[in-house]
Ligand binder design. Structure first.
Ligand code: ADP
Length: 193
């Protein structure tokens, strides 16, 4: 299987690049943010619980997102692989993902980390907020909190995957197609076929 962790701070372009990657490689897209927003929209118990955390720009508890991902992996094991978008976001989630994949006889192929500096992220997210209707994109304080949560809890995963020799840093500023090309080069370097 080809299992990609598409990594980077909020607003780095993970969603945009995921769409292009899953089309090229025929992968299943697992975005914990999309799944959680779906639960919120449907008004499920999980969605109701997650709403206030998400709207404040905080993380949803590890066990909740790990459970969601576990289910989705099990449902799609007959596919070519996965793009993990917005997951893992903590050390505990990364460890859990390794365990889940190993139990299925597979593993993370590569972690692609989109690098964009903070000023640009805030600009992009405020722009997106005008059309996305996402409460967590609507104001600068929430956006800054998301970036600070990323810096405190998520960015350490660069070290986690570097230690496994799986981290590739990709400059996330420039034309969408240009960034896509850099991603595909990195993927094709670890994956044949
Ligand atoms: P972005 O990458 O733009 O921040 P996402 O759509 O990935 O947006 O996530 C939106 C929100 O959903 C996050 O701020 C967080 O509250 C919650 N969330 C998404 N993925 C996770 C995760 N893996 N662990 C905990 N919370 C998550």
């Amino acid at each position: 299987m080809l299992n990609l962790v598409l990594f980077g701070p909020p607003g780095a372009g993970k969603g945009t690049q995921s769409e292009k990657l899953l089309e090229k490689y025929g992968l299943v897209h697992l975005s914990t943010g999309d799944i959680l927003r779906g639960e919120m929209k449907a008004g499920t118990e999980l969605g109701v619980k997650a709403k206030s955390l998400i709207e404040a720009g905080n993380l949803v508890p590890d066990e909740v997102v790990i459970g969601m991902i576990d289910n989705k992996i099990s449902e799609n094991l007959d596919g070519k692989g996965f793009i993990f978008d917005g997951f893992p976001r903590t050390q505990a989630q990364a460890e859990a993902l390794d365990k889940l994949l190993v139990a299925k006889g597979t593993g993370v192929s590569v972690m692609l980390s989109l690098e964009v500096e903070e000023e640009e992220l805030v600009k992009r997210l405020l722009e997106r907020g005008k059309i996305s209707g996402r409460a967590d994109d609507a104001n600068e304080d929430t956006i800054k909190n998301r970036i600070s949560v990323y810096n405190q809890e998520t960015s350490v995963l660069v070290d986690f995957y570097s230690a496994q020799g799986k981290h590739v840093g990709i400059q996330g500023v420039g034309e969408i197609d240009e960034i896509f090309e850099k991603l595909t080069k990195a993927i094709d370097a670890v994956h044949v076929g």
